[in-house]
Design a protein around this ligand. Structure first.
Ligand code: PMV
Length: 328
């Protein structure tokens, strides 16, 4: 039996613009998905997860790519999670040259699902690591990142950037620009997350930005301006200038708002954090609902978010410098 874990992430800067070749800077946070894998005698997969912020469930199926789970899983998010597990297992079988390997898999996660915190990437990364180790193969973090990207790419039908999977595999702060992914230096960050309990539709939101960008030259300029913020933000990260980082996050949120990917609850949480004295705040991920990220080393933002209409959950999560790892 092997257990591996991998962190979720927030976007400090650059979501959406990254789709058009601008750089983005995601940071791993101290919230993890843990995947336990035990090889079976047969080639089946049996997946159990009772901690995905949703109802407990058990799925048993043959492990073929398109095999239907033998259970009525009504939650589309749960179905999506199963897709990632299945794709991760296929990557592990391929890496270990063991096409018929079957597994009992248990997933535990304290990352809200589908909310801009990279839950699916963390499950995919940890799943590939645990399953390959169970087959006596140890992959480098870079290879796990690459295989996890292939898995996400397949499940999301080509709509995936390398940001989530690379960040989850490597930990810390990373810079992603197209296929060029690198770890970058960052100070400890006083990250506070606010979660509205919902999730946006990434495909729809990305399509909306694409249309705006094609319709208006100034929307294309807005996307390019986000790229400028990312480059400026990288310098502030390297200098450990948290005040400047906060200012740039505020700016980045304003431009995302202009591109139509924020929502009332996300804006409410962003303003609550700013009013509470946070260095800065912005939505994280695709938007439309889900999470915001603020920088604040006092308790004020968390306290304010607890009383903010539309905020369901708030927590502090430091920058996690460790990526995928084997759990004892
Ligand atoms: O919501 P997330 O964490 O999957 O982030 C989506 C980020 C986008 O830039 C909107 C899309 C992408 O694939 O980069």
């Amino acid at each position: 039996m092997t257990t591996s874990s991998a962190p979720g992430k927030i976007y400090l800067f650059g979501e959406h613009a990254v789709v058009y070749g601008e750089p983005a800077v995601p940071c791993a946070i101290e919230r993890r998905a843990r995947v336990t894998v035990e090889q079976r005698e047969d080639s089946h997969l049996r997946v159990h997860a009772d901690d995905l912020s949703l109802d407990g469930f058990t799925v048993e199926y043959s492990g073929a790519t398109d095999a239907a789970p033998d259970i009525d899983v009504s939650e589309s998010l749960i179905q999506a999670a199963m897709g990632y597990v299945d794709a991760a297992v296929r990557q592990a079988r391929d890496a270990a040259d063991a096409p018929d390997a079957g597994f009992d898999i248990t997933i535990e996660s304290d990352i809200p699902l589908g909310a801009g915190l990279g839950s699916s990437a963390a499950v995919t990364v940890a799943g590939i690591d645990a399953a390959t180790r169970e087959l006596c193969v140890e992959l480098e973090a870079e290879e796990i990142a690459d295989r996890a990207f292939q898995a996400e790419y397949e499940v999301q039908e080509g709509q995936a950037s390398r940001a989530d999977t690379f960040c989850s595999a490597m930990g810390g702060a990373v810079r992603v620009e197209g296929d060029d992914c690198r770890a970058i230096d960052a100070p400890d960050l006083p990250i506070v997350v606010g979660f509205d309990g919902g999730a946006g539709d990434t495909g729809e939101l990305v399509a909306g930005v694409r249309e705006l960008r094609e319709t208006y030259g100034f929307a294309a300029n807005t996307v390019a301006a986000i790229g400028d913020i990312v480059r400026e933000g990288e310098r502030s990260l390297a200098e450990g200038d948290i005040e400047r980082l906060g200012e740039l996050m505020d700016f980045n949120h304003g431009l995302l708002e202009a591109l139509g990917v924020s929502s009332r609850s996300l804006d409410n949480m962003v303003w609550a954090a700013r009013d509470a004295g946070a260095y800065g705040a912005k939505l994280t991920g695709a938007g439309g609902g889900g999470c915001i990220v603020a920088l604040d080393d006092s308790e004020e933002t968390e306290t304010a978010l607890r009383f903010t209409p539309g905020c369901e959950e708030t927590f502090r999560a430091g920058l996690d410098r460790e990526g995928v790892r084997l759990e004892e």
